[in-house]
Design a protein around this ligand. Structure first.
Ligand SMILES: [Zn+2]
Length: 519
C-alpha cells in the first residue's frame, strides 16, 4: 500500500532531487512529533511518503523541546529510516523550558543560572552524539530579570548583558561541548523573525554568526490581519532573509516558516518571499502542525507552486539586486520605527537590505536605526554633497544635529512613529515619493499601495501584488524595452502585459500574485 503511494508521489520528489542544489525543501519533526509520529515503522513510512509528495528532501529530527527529550532509540531508528530512502537528515534543538524559567515569558530560561547552563550543555552533548548537523530553533535568548540576572548584569544595560551572556552560552555550553563529543558536528543558529529586538534579548548577529557554522532565518510573516498571529507584512520575510543573508554570506542556509494564522494564499506568500530573498533552502515548520488545521490545505497549495519556486530560485541566484540601500546596522535600536523597512518595501520601493551604511550608492533610505553608526551624520552629509537622492524618516530628521535638511535631494517620509500607517498612503501620495527615489535608478513605477517592486540583476523585475483585489501597475524606462513574462505565481494567477515605447503596463494583476518580467 505505502509503496503504491510512494510511486504516485514520485514526480515532485524527482523534481525536488534534481533541484536541491538550487533550492532545498525541508521539514522539522519536533521532539513531540518524533514521539507521536516516528515511534513506529508505520509512522516513519507515512512521514516519508508525505515528504516525498511535498518535495521535501531534507528532514530535521529534534531531540529536545520544552522539557521533553526524545528517546535515542526512536531518533536513531527514524534517522536511518529516512537515510535509507535517500533523505538528508539533521538534528534540531529547541531551547524552551531548559532548567530555571525566566521571570518573563514562561517558555524561556534564565541562563545566568548555573543549573540551566549545565542542562543546556547536556542537551547539545546528547544531540551531537546522534547528528552531524544541529539546528537551534529561535528560542536561544533570554528575557529574565530575576535577582541572579540583576546581580550579574551590574551596571550594564539588559541588551548588553544578554548579548554577552548568550554569546558566552553559545561558545561554552553549546559549540565547545558539542564539538568535543562530535568533531564533525556543524551547528546552525536560527534567528527569529523579530530582527529589531534581537539585541534586547541577547541575539547578537555579528558575533554569533561568526561563531556558529551556519545561520538560518525566520520568515514566518503569517497573515497581517490574523488576530492572534498577525501584524507582520510580507516584505518582512524578504527584508530579513536578505539582511541576514548579507551578514551570513556563505554561512547562510535557508528560511523557515509555519502555517499558524495563515490561509493558503498567505502561506505560500511566505515561501515566495523566502525564495525571492535568495534562500538556499526553505523549511516547512513542522510535520505535526502541517497535518492539522490549515496545514493540509496550505501544503496542497504549496505543492502546486514548487515547480515555479524552483524557477524563481534560478532567477534570483547569482544576480545582485538593484534599488534603494536600506541599512539596519546590527544591534541598532528601532525607537518608534519598529520594522519600518518592511512597510517601506510594501510601498513599491525596491530596497537593498544591508547591515552597512555605504555612501557609494545612487539612492538610500535611512531610519532611526542609522544612528547606531557613529559616522552617520558625516556619511549623510557626504551623500547630500554628492547630490545622492536620500529618503529619511521624520523620526530620524528629528534626531539629527548639525545636518542641513533643507536640500533638494532629501525626501522626508512621514512615519509619525507608526510604520503601519504607511500602508494607508494612496497611489497619488506614493507617486511623488517613488518618482524621486526611483529617478536615479532610471525607472518610474506606478501602482497602488501594497504592490512591491524588486529589481533583479540588469534584466529582470518582479512586481508582487499583496492586495486582495486585482491591480494595474506600470513601469517606465528611459528607453524602449522588450518585455517577456518570465514567471507568474500562483499557477492560476494572471496578468496582461503590454508596452508602448519605454512604458511597460502590467494590467489586471490578479490578487496575491507575483509576476516576473524579463526586459
Ligand atoms: Zn535570571
Amino acid at each position: 500500500m505505502l509503496m503504491v503511494l510512494r510511486c504516485q508521489s514520485q514526480p515532485l520528489w524527482d523534481l525536488a532531487n534534481e533541484n536541491k542544489g538550487l533550492l532545498k525543501i525541508s521539514t522539522l519533526f519536533t521532539a513531540q512529533n518524533v514521539r507521536d509520529h516516528l515511534g513506529s515503522e508505520q509512522g516513519i513510512s507515512k512521514a516519508i511518503d508525505w515528504c516525498k509528495k511535498t518535495g521535501v528532501t531534507h528532514v530535521f529530527i529534534e531531540t529536545f523541546r520544552s522539557r521533553y527529550t526524545a528517546k535515542r532509540e526512536t531518533l536513531e531508528r527514524a534517522k536511518s529510516g529516512f537515510e535509507e530512502e535517500g533523505f538528508e537528515v539533521s538534528g534540531c534543538v529547541t531551547t524552551t523550558q531548559v532548567g530555571k524559567i525566566s521571570t518573563g515569558w514562561n517558555l524561556i530560561s534564565c541562563y545566568t543560572n548555573k543549573g540551566t547552563q549545565k542542562s543546556l550543555q547536556e542537551i547539545f552533548e546528547y544531540t551531537a552524539s546522534i547528528f552531524d548537523e544541529i539546528m537551534i530553533d529561535d528560542f536561544l535568548f533570554t528575557d529574565c530579570q530575576c535577582e541572579e540576572c540583576e546581580k550579574a548584569r551590574g551596571g550594564r544595560t539588559w541588551a548588553d548583558y544578554r548579548c554577552e551572556l548568550m554569546v558566552r552560552m553559545s561558545r561554552e555550553r553549546i559549540l565547545a561541548p558539542a564539538r568535543a563529543v562530535n568533531p564533525n558536528v556543524k551547528i546552525i543558529i536560527k534567528y527569529p523573525q523579530w530582527y529589531d529586538n534581537f539585541h534586547n534579548r541577547g541575539y547578537e548577529v555579528s558575533r554569533e554568526t561568526a561563531d556558529y557554522d551556519r545561520t538560518w532565518v525566520g520568515t514566518e510573516t503569517r497573515d497581517y490581519d490574523d488576530k492572534r498571529w498577525g501584524g507582520k507584512v510580507q516584505y518582512e520575510a524578504y527584508y530579513i532573509m536578505r539582511w541576514l543573508g548579507e551578514i551570513g554570506g556563505p554561512k547562510t542556509g535557508g528560511g523557515w516558516f509555519d502555517p499558524y494564522g495563515t490561509t493558503e494564499d498567505t502561506y505560500v506568500e511566505q515561501a515566495r518571499q523566502t525564495v525571492l530573498a535568495d534562500a538556499k533552502e526553505m523549511l516547512l515548520f513542522c510535520y505535526g502542525s502541517l497535518l492539522r488545521d490549515t496545514g493540509p490545505a496550505n501544503v496542497e497549495k504549496l505543492r502546486t507552486e514548487i515547480p515555479g519556486l524552483f524557477k524563481l530560485a534560478a532567477l534570483v541566484r547569482n544576480r545582485s539586486i538593484r534599488g534603494i540601500l536600506a541599512p539596519k546596522p546590527p544591534n541598532s535600536d528601532a525607537y518608534d520605527e519598529q520594522y519600518v523597512f518592511d512597510f517601506v518595501g510594501m510601498l513599491g520601493l525596491p530596497l537593498v537590505p544591508t547591515a552597512k551604511i555605504d555612501t557609494d550608492v545612487k539612492v538610500a533610505f535611512f531610519s532611526v536605526h542609522a544612528l547606531k553608526d557613529p559616522e552617520f551624520s558625516d556619511k549623510l552629509k557626504t551623500m547630500l554633497n554628492e547630490e545622492k537622492r536620500v529618503l529619511i524618516t521624520d523620526g530620524l530628521a528629528d534626531r539629527l544635529d548639525g545636518v542641513n535638511l533643507d536640500n533638494e535631494n532629501l525626501v522626508v517620509l512621514k512615519v509619525g512613529g507608526n510604520p503601519r500607517r504607511l500602508l494607508e498612503l494612496t497611489r497619488e501620495q506614493l507617486k511623488p515619493i517613488r518618482d524621486r527615489l526611483l529617478g536615479p535608478l532610471g525607472i518610474k513605477f506606478d501602482a497602488p499601495n501594497k504592490v512591491a517592486l524588486y529589481l533583479i540583476g540588469e534584466d529582470y523585475l518582479i512586481v508582487e501584488n499583496f492586495n486582495d483585489g486585482s491591480v494595474d501597475a506600470s513601469v517606465e524606462f528611459l528607453k524602449p524595452v522588450k518585455a517577456m513574462k518570465a514567471l507568474v505565481l500562483p499557477i492560476d494567477g494572471d496578468v496582461k502585459i503590454s508596452k508602448i515605447l519605454g512604458r511597460l503596463y502590467l494590467s489586471e494583476i490578479t490578487p496575491r500574485t507575483l509576476v516576473a518580467v524579463e526586459y
